[in-house]
Design a protein around this ligand. Sequence first.
Ligand code: PLP
Length: 402
Amino acid sequence: MTGPMELAPDGLAPTDTAGLSAWAEIDLDAIADNVAALREHAGGTPVMAVVKGDAYGHGLAHSARAALARGASWLGVAQVAEALDLRAAGVTAPLLSWIHVPGTDLAPAVQADIDLSAGQPWALASMADAARATGRTVRVHLKVDTGLGRGGALGDGWTELLAAAGPLVAEGAIDIVGIWSHLAWADAPDHPTVRAQRERFVEAIAEAERAGIRPQVRHLANSAATLTDPQARFDLVRPGLAVYGLSPVPDLGAPQRFGLREAMRLLARFSSVKDAPAGQGVSYGHEYTTPAATRLGLVPIGYADGIPRAALNAGPVAVRGTRARIAGRVCMDQFVVDLGAAGLDAEPGEELVLFGRGADDEPTAQDWAEACGTINYEIVTRIGPRVPRVLVGTAGREDADG
Ligand SMILES: *Cc1c(COP(=O)(O)O)cnc(C)c1O
């Protein structure tokens, strides 16, 4: 292959959309600019861009490179396999992976310079095994559960975790690089748990210091806290959603209010457009019936691609700059739009927008979340591997940014 494909081996170039049924346009410059905006929100505190879940559906490696291009200095993922994928793609930035189970072989991660999180003594024991197997010191972030009630050492478990770490540090098997935690209610900045978790975090760090453990980085803030809580910054902030230009606090404002812009637009082409009479039942179970003679447009993307079935009769789309809605059930591979009901027509092969930036009446992922009773995180993250990612912008591409 020659030309743009070479520049973006993990995504298509924009000129390649002719003939595609549906695609997700990923704006690399938006990701990069969002990271720059987050650094400002964080008052210059270093940013760990969270790229788990295939970079919230945006595509792992190109999103990571775009985030690094405008100032992310760390990357964060959930699974060890995601971290190894980044290393295989040539990404060398500091990288933390926080989910594994007893029996996960951590040696490849240790060989690949991946930092690991431990919230339980068994995890430290697994890491010590990996250290002995590789002859290396494992870089560990100790996780304290400050009140989320999810991962990390809770209550006296923290004291036990510190006690388990001590001898392994002395042996040279592990190095405590970080202490970290995660917030339960950061999207409601005034919620009393936010302050209580921060205070517990400070206490837990002090206890570690009394035990002789002095980490390089302490980190607590997700996107919502990065945007709303200067006291949650510590040494590193850990935003995910906001990197992709979505608002983690929709009640407080749209992305633009925080200087962010949506990095994903989801588009498709009508595979058919046809006349239908009044009273025509549409899609499985006929949960929609045409109120008048109309034109039905068929859109070749469905729940196998991540379009929620909950979008029944509700999912918004934009056709020729005008809003229309899904008619009837979302199927595995397609759904229908009643064009006439929206005063519209379209040609087979014509583009429509499922979600994007809200410009020109384009719906947003937030609009889809509201239509489907879910959150914007889920709308973008569930877009599946059958949907090609088409890259626009240059941030992080090999030919750009030096
Ligand atoms: C997903 C995740 C983040 C990022 O959260 P956002 O709300 O997307 O910013 C940060 N830390 C941990 C532990 C996570 O699981």
